[in-house]
Design a protein. Structure first.
Length: 324
């Protein structure tokens, strides 16, 4: 089977084959989103082309579409494909790809702008890992963003067993991953969220504070009078400023989305997107310590609804798109 210049291994689909993708033709709100056909991307140096099995859906996706995040589009022209994480099968490799072979089941980040709400895409090879035997593609697709973020935040806090951590915004995919991993580390976990998020949080052992019916600061102080050993914030804004004073030490406030956290004495999460961290997250998932709470699986044809649910904040747990 022929290979394209600069590509290692067979290109399993013909170069002229068109595949469906969901993306956006310009920056803006949901109105700029569209389905379109595109040829299989050609993997550049350090990239792998994959047949997408499952794509994860994240708040970062609509932020990128809105033009609020720079530097993750790879300089690609419009229309651009939505999505930052996926699991699938390697179809071809660009130059200088090591440790991944055609036919491997993999998961990772689309850090060079290829997007993942598509039949095929390119992933950054240094930020892609093999899926270990026994781990489903659906679970693997949730790990690049939510799984590794949870590992990074809790590693940064480095709290001993028995310490108390507040997860501010516990109900989403990252929040539940942080909570589950913290419980696996024998931490006491208090979480904040809306009423709809209570069931999933309490099911994994979180002591839940409903911000729609309770005074968060008062309820938290009643539960932990001496202050929290650590806080992981997923909400940002006013919510972050409400809970930050509840930490015993300001530096033990770790924010995942709000980069103004140093103004409060806290720290922004230090992300590690490398293959080693992906592999570590996969092992934790296999052991059940980092098992994601997947609450919705959509086909690619229903990608608009999948992203709308996350963008509107109405979903608990993790939403994924099953492509193949």
């Amino acid at each position: 089977m022929a290979t394209a210049p600069g590509i290692t291994g067979p290109v399993i689909r013909e170069a002229a084959k068109m595949g469906q993708a969901w993306g956006f033709g310009r920056y803006g709100g949901p109105e700029v989103q569209e389905f379109f056909d595109r040829p299989d991307p050609v993997p550049s140096r350090g990239e792998v082309l994959i047949q997408v099995a499952v794509a994860g859906v994240n708040p970062l996706d609509h932020l990128l579409r809105s033009g609020l995040v720079d530097g993750l589009d790879g300089g690609r022209p419009f229309p651009r494909v939505l999505g930052m994480e996926a699991a699938g099968t390697v179809l071809a490799r660009g130059d200088d790809v090591f440790g991944l072979e055609v036919g491997d089941a993999v998961f990772g980040f689309a850090l060079t702008g290829g997007g993942t709400y598509a039949e095929t895409t390119v992933l950054s090879a240094p930020h892609t890992a093999r899926i270990p035997e026994g781990l489903s593609a659906a679970v693997a697709a949730t790990l690049p963003v939510a799984g590794t973020t949870a590992v990074d935040a809790l590693d940064q806090l480095s709290l001993p067993a028995g310490a108390t951590v507040l997860v501010n915004g516990v109900g989403g995919g990252v929040g539940l991953a942080v909570a589950r991993l913290a419980i696996g580390r024998e931490l006491r976990v208090i979480g904040t969220g809306s009423t709809a998020k209570r069931e999933h949080a309490e099911a994994i052992g979180v002591r839940f504070i409903d911000y729609t019916t309770e005074d968060v600061a008062a309820a938290a102080r009643a539960l932990v009078p001496d202050g929290f050993d650590g806080i992981v914030d997923l909400a940002g804004g006013i919510s972050l400023r409400t809970v930050a004073p509840l930490a015993q030490e300001p530096r033990n406030v770790i924010a995942v989305g709000d980069m103004s956290v140093p103004d409060l004495g806290g720290r922004f999460v230090e992300r590690r997107l490398d293959r080693a961290n992906l592999e570590r997250s996969a092992r934790l998932a296999l052991d059940g310590v980092l098992a994601p709470v997947i609450t919705a699986v959509h086909p690619l044809s229903d990608a608009p609804a999948a992203l709308a649910t996350v963008e509107n904040g109405h979903t608990a747990g993790k939403v994924v798109i099953k492509v193949a």
